[in-house]
Design a protein around this ligand. Structure first.
Ligand code: DHB
Length: 399
């Protein structure tokens, strides 16, 4: 039996777990990460690639942004399409100079893993957490398995950064939280293709045939998505059909979509989910373990990093001042931003997806919103400030 002693036991080496480990180390707090999957798996997992200003600032502050600064692309605006008409929402002038950066989530995971291991940080891959013990005591334990051997992480706190299907949330008593869940009646077919992006900024499009999104990863790789049925399958789509659909849905006068070989494709369901309490005793949940937003607007990773910021504030308060006050306030503080992101992600999803008949009442509401973006700088600002992410201090004004 292998026993590891540490201060914070982290389950999951995704963006939340890795950022937390690095940030705690910066403040002299020890952490160990156990990760169910292999290193290859977590580094190959294709996810969104939109980093808010806050996220970029945090990674820079932690000294983890060298490659992100070199290879990531800062965007100063976004294009929004409705029925073939395109408008641009500029970020800088509407948000006092805040922007987003496009850099794949798996690249963030690669960078943070490499840096953690290079500093001799403890991280066990292929080490599933089996059971949490004593979360209501001062010395909780994570029981895990590694190389066919059983092990225990003995710690002061457990941070469950182990995703939607992880053990963390399942280990909370059912009556410790209320659950909110909405499943959308559509999914995304996402592709990566070896082709130069057809736009220097992202394009979100509503079209009679459904939503489409043009994003990118580099000068030579494009990332695109289309709305499909929930029961659709990647094999139902040929490359030609995907490009044809993208071209029609994203189309606007005088613009052409470049196509090229598709090298990755997958279907993502769309869900809003969250629980109203992210702590039980010495167990804290962060990221997808506690909340899922539909991907429209790319908030998932950014919410995870924001949770981690609040957790770090709490752990510092505990280790530097022997106080549980900030930690015990974790859910209340984190949930303010989570609700905001739930609302914005839902707004972007319902604005740009085809759910109702063209010309119906709900369609007209979608169109009225799109028109309003062009009429009102205040409305465009609302979209811009949510899209780039509100500064942490903004939420201080709320009780
Ligand atoms: C990407 C994904 C999103 O969901 C989004 O809103 C923007 C960009 C992406 O994968 O690049």
């Amino acid at each position: 039996m292998k026993t590891i002693k540490t201060q914070v036991g982290i389950i999951g080496a995704g963006p939340a777990g890795l950022t937390l480990a690095h940030w705690l180390k910066k403040h002299g707090i020890e952490a160990v990460i156990i990760e169910h999957r292999s290193r290859e798996y977590i580094q190959g997992r294709v996810r969104a690639g939109l980093l808010e200003q806050n996220t970029v600032d945090i990674l820079k502050k932690l000294g983890l942004a060298d490659r992100l600064v070199k290879e990531g692309q800062e965007h100063h605006g976004v294009y929004l399409n409705f029925d073939g008409k395109r408008v641009r929402v500029p970020f800088g002038q509407l948000t006092g100079g805040r922007n987003i950066t496009i850099y794949g989530q798996q690249e963030v995971v690669k960078d943070l893993t490499e840096a953690w291991l290079a500093q001799s940080g403890q991280l066990l891959f292929e080490a599933p957490a089996l059971e949490l013990e004593g979360i209501e005591t001062d010395s909780p334990k994570i029981h895990f398995e590694h190389n066919g051997e059983k092990g225990i992480v003995e710690c002061d706190f457990i941070a469950a950064c182990d995703g939607f299907h992880g053990l963390g949330r399942k280990s909370m008593p059912k009556d410790a939280y209320k659950e909110y869940s909405v499943t959308y009646p559509f999914s995304w077919l996402g592709i990566l293709a070896h082709v130069a992006p057809s736009s220097e900024e992202l394009i979100y499009a509503y079209h009679e045939r459904g939503f489409a999104l043009h994003s990118l990863r580099s000068e030579k790789v494009s990332r695109l998505y289309i709305q499909v049925e929930n029961d659709d399958h990647v094999d139902n789509w040929s490359d030609e059909q995907i490009w044809e659909e993208l071209s029609v849905r994203l189309g606007t006068e005088g613009w052409k979509l470049n196509s090229g070989p598709i090298f990755e494709r997958s279907i993502t369901p769309m869900r809003s989910y969250f629980i109203d309490n992210m702590q039980h005793g010495r167990l804290f949940l962060a990221g997808d373990a506690a909340h899922i937003v539909p991907p429209t607007g790319g908030k998932g990773l950014n919410l995870a990093v924001a949770d981690v910021k609040h957790l770090v504030d709490g752990f510092r308060d505990f280790y530097e001042k022997a106080s549980m006050q900030v930690l015990d306030n974790y859910s209340t503080i984190a949930l303010k931003r989570i609700w905001r992101a739930q609302d914005f992600s839902n707004f972007m999803t319902t604005l740009f997806h085809k759910q109702y008949e063209h010309g119906s009442f709900h369609y007209q509401l979608q169109k009225a919103k799109f028109d309003y973006i062009q009429l009102s700088e205040a409305y465009a600002t609302t979209i811009a400030e949510n899209y780039v992410g509100l500064p942490f201090e903004s939420f201080d004004a709320l009780d």
